[in-house]
Design a binder for this molecule. Structure first.
Ligand code: SAM
Length: 276
């Protein structure tokens, strides 16, 4: 969930953006944006709430209501791209044993500050999702609410890494921008209803500074790409949840708005399982 309204999106970078470039750019971007992100979205995400909150997406689907992760009691859970970790803190408050990882020290710092009001602390680790610094089969569950997966160059590698660290029978549930959103400008208004980009164009969306250095990247995968990456990692896809915009819910988040939500999905939540 980035904040870019898209009105003045610079041209796409032509050609691939590799993993190292993506991580460097996005780490810098999220570090620099962490305060603004929390000013704008912290309350909605429950960051300041003791015990956090688990919001899956701008459509306001909460784990409290959705129950996508199942029973949490005693479960060892890895949250990927946890940001300031309101989800991990909520999981801890509901009996789980979460660990959060994120690329951005600035985002994690907000989590450390927020945890001061909690009964329990969640371990937070600064790392990229493409190289999880954990032993094989060490987690019962993994989850992500728009963390890391839309931003990495090699999301197939993330799927493989999650499969590696999950125990047999473990589950991996992750929310990302719905792939069809790629076709439209990131605009919450009527301009965001007109297709401008081919769905099959995997050229990443990237911004550059005046020196030409990449400063922000998002990588597109089609629905089929996501499914193939999940299956290639040896995981089973149980469900894809496409949350509908709730009646009467008016809160916008960047390009997510009631107007667009009335026409097409903004989020896809992939519910996967490691056989065993
Ligand atoms: C839209 S925020 C979501 C954060 C949190 N899940 C939430 O709901 O607020 C995306 C997060 O992904 C993190 N991120 C981006 N690339 C990453 C990577 N390669 N590995 C780990 N985290 C990454 C960012 O630092 C940022 O905190």
């Amino acid at each position: 969930m980035s904040d870019d309204s898209g009105e003045h999106r610079p041209p796409r970078v032509l050609g691939p953006v590799d993993s190292t470039t993506s991580d460097l750019a996005n780490r810098g971007w999220w570090d620099a944006d962490a305060d603004d992100y929390h000013d704008e979205h912290g309350a909605f995400l429950g960051v300041e709430r003791p015990g956090g909150d688990f919001v899956w997406c701008p459509e306001n689907l909460r784990e409290e209501d959705a129950g996508l992760l199942g029973d949490l009691t005693g479960r060892v859970i890895l949250e990927i791209g946890c940001g300031s970790a309101p989800c991990s803190r909520w999981l801890a408050a509901h009996g789980a044993r979460p660990v959060g990882i994120d690329l951005s020290r600035g985002m994690l710092a907000h989590g450390l500050a927020a945890m001061a009001a909690d009964e329990s602390r969640v371990p937070l680790v600064q790392a990229t999702a493409e190289y999880l610094p954990f032993a094989d089969e060490s987690f019962d569950l993994a989850c992500s609410a728009f963390g890391a997966v839309p931003f990495v160059a090699d999301s197939a590698r993330v799927m493989a890494e999650v499969a590696r660290v999950l125990r047999p029978g473990g589950r991996w549930v992750f929310a990302v921008n719905h792939p069809m959103r790629w076709m439209f400008p990131d605009d919450p208004g009527p301009a965001g209803l007109t297709v401008t980009v081919p769905y099959f164009n995997r050229t990443p969306y990237a911004e550059r500074d005046e020196t030409g250095a990449v400063t922000y990247v998002e990588h597109h995968r089609t629905m089929g790409d996501r499914i193939r990456e999940i299956r290639a990692a040896g995981l089973v896809l149980d469900d894809v949840v496409e949350p509908e915009w709730p009646d009467g819910f008016e809160q916008e988040w960047g390009q997510w708005s009631p107007l667009r939500g009335a026409y097409f999905p903004g989020t896809a939540i992939f519910c996967c399982r490691k056989p065993g």
